[in-house]
Design a protein around this ligand. Structure first.
Ligand code: ADP
Ligand code: MG
Length: 444
């Protein structure tokens, strides 16, 4: 009986497989690369590995990084459900050996090989006669094993099978890495979206000041008009920008928030407009900017009053034409975007002082909504206090605390002056005095 241990070879060293088998390897590898759903990919790997080599069955085992045990992720046929319960300890069985040594292993008579464990067959009722097992390797680390069991038509597994399956496993490992990456990005995205929904999902406030703003925001949401949100830091400008988007016909499309002062000017440009491959040192690939990614949706330009004149000029062109070029590019890209801008600066004064472009100001100032600071709508304080109390209790896994004693609530409301801020955290009384105008009605 032949048992051979061999160094894995690079995929293109396959020396002898027939051209038909090579063609199917190429075709299958192409399929693998296009599968981004992890479960779908794993079942594809399983099915195609068996087909490629010509075997009765196949299994796919992945390494559990926490325990270093091998877990049957999938197996073909009726044994599949039973196999899901089986775990192989480090080094256990032929698959365990393959992981420990990082090499393929071909065993045409398992009964005469001491590395074989009958544990799996006992659980499943399947009778393994021969195994060809190859490691799945990602950047030199073994992440799992593909096994094909019992060759078809009374033949034996041979060198060609081993080389073919090794080449296939190299493609499969890359595909698994990519699919895991996509899965983790999707999960992170879902988590972040839930965080955003939690933070900006509930708009609290029944004061006349807030009702006026809500009315104006709902009205403008129906249109695609550019909106300029004014008000001090923390009054809820971003909250209203997100609300306008979610009340608009664009709600199912992306909402992209860009803080215009958080990034250095050059970076802000590449973030917004993207860049072509080779546009600057390190631009190894073309990258789409946020404007392109927001296609059909809303872009929120926060802290617009703090931008530099060069950037203002570029932004003006986008607002006028809805066109731009990626950094280093010459092809104009057209986008359908609704813009909402926000600032805590007195923009008109900045125009007079010459630090903000007049033409950009007029482009942004189509509909202006001013959000009042909390000190001018103190009647909203109790509801906000309860809202934040509930949120913190939930975050800290404490029983909900509502209905604060009346006296302390009144004290909060009576406080002489308030920072505009509703920012979560202890409310901070303000020492600045800044008279606010009443909210502007939208100008259509
Ligand atoms: N009316 C409101 N109801 C509930 N939370 C609010 C309200 N206004 C502001 N907040 C909260 O206060 C914080 C600051 O609001 P934000 O919209 O970022 O302010 P701004 O953009 O004006 O600086 C956010 O966490 C937001 O969820
Ligand atoms: Mg803000």
């Amino acid at each position: 009986m032949r048992t051979s241990e061999v160094e894995p070879r690079p995929p293109f060293s396959v020396s002898s497989p027939s051209s038909a088998r090579l063609a199917s390897l190429i075709e299958i590898s192409r399929l693998l690369i296009s599968a981004v759903d992890l479960d779908h990919l794993l079942s594809l790997i399983l099915k195609t590995s068996s087909q490629l080599v010509g075997s009765e069955d196949s299994s796919l085992l992945l390494l559990d990084p926490a325990t270093q045990e091998l877990v049957f992720v999938m197996a073909q046929g009726s044994v599949s459900a039973k196999l899901k319960m089986v775990r192989l300890k480090p080094g256990e069985g032929i698959a365990g050996w393959v992981v420990q040594h990082g090499k393929p292993l071909l065993v045409n008579d398992v009964e005469r090989d001491s590395r074989f464990t009958s544990k799996v067959d006992k659980m499943t009722g399947f009778r393994t006669k021969a195994i060809l097992a190859v490691p799945l390797q990602d950047h030199g680390r073994t992440i799992g094993v593909i096994e094909v069991l019992n060759p078809d038509k009374d033949r034996k597994f041979n060198e060609e099978d081993r080389e073919l399956l090794t080449a296939f496993a190299a493609h499969a490992a890359v595909a698994i890495r990519n699919a895991r990456l996509v899965t983790s990005i999707k999960e992170a995205n879902r988590y972040l979206q839930a965080e955003i929904d939690e933070r900006y999902g509930t708009l609290i406030g029944k004061s006349a000041g807030i009702r006026t703003v809500v009315k104006a925001a709902r009205k403008v949401a129906e249109t695609s008009a550019t909106v300029l949100l004014l008000g001090e830091t923390g009054v809820g400008k971003e909250m209203f920008a997100r609300s306008i988007h979610s009340w608009s016909p664009r709600a199912s499309k992306p909402f992209v928030a860009v803080n215009c002062v958080a990034l250095a000017e050059g970076l802000l440009e590449t973030e917004l407009f993207g860049h072509e491959k080779g546009a600057f040192t390190g631009a190894h690939q073309m990258k789409k900017g946020l404007l392109e990614l927001a296609q059909g949706g809303t872009v929120f330009l926060d802290e617009i009053g703090d931008t530099k004149p060069e950037f203002q000029a570029k932004l003006l062109r986008v607002l006028q034409t809805h066109q731009f070029e990626r950094v280093g590019g010459t092809v104009p890209i057209t986008v359908d975007i609704r813009f909402i801008a926000a600032t805590n600066k007195a923009l008109e004064a900045a125009v007079h002082a010459g630090s903000f472009r007049k033409d950009l100001f007029f482009r942004l100032n189509v509909v202006t909504i001013t959000v009042l600071p909390l000190r001018e709508r103190k009647e909203d304080i109790p509801a906000l206090v309860n809202f934040f109390l509930e949120r913190y209790c939930r975050d800290m896994k404490r029983p909900p605390k509502r209905n604060r004693p009346k006296r302390s609530r009144h004290r909060l409301q009576r406080h002489a002056d308030w920072r505009p801020c509703i920012t979560p955290g202890p409310p901070v009384p303000c020492l600045r005095s800044s008279a606010q105008e009443s909210p502007d009605q939208p100008r259509h």
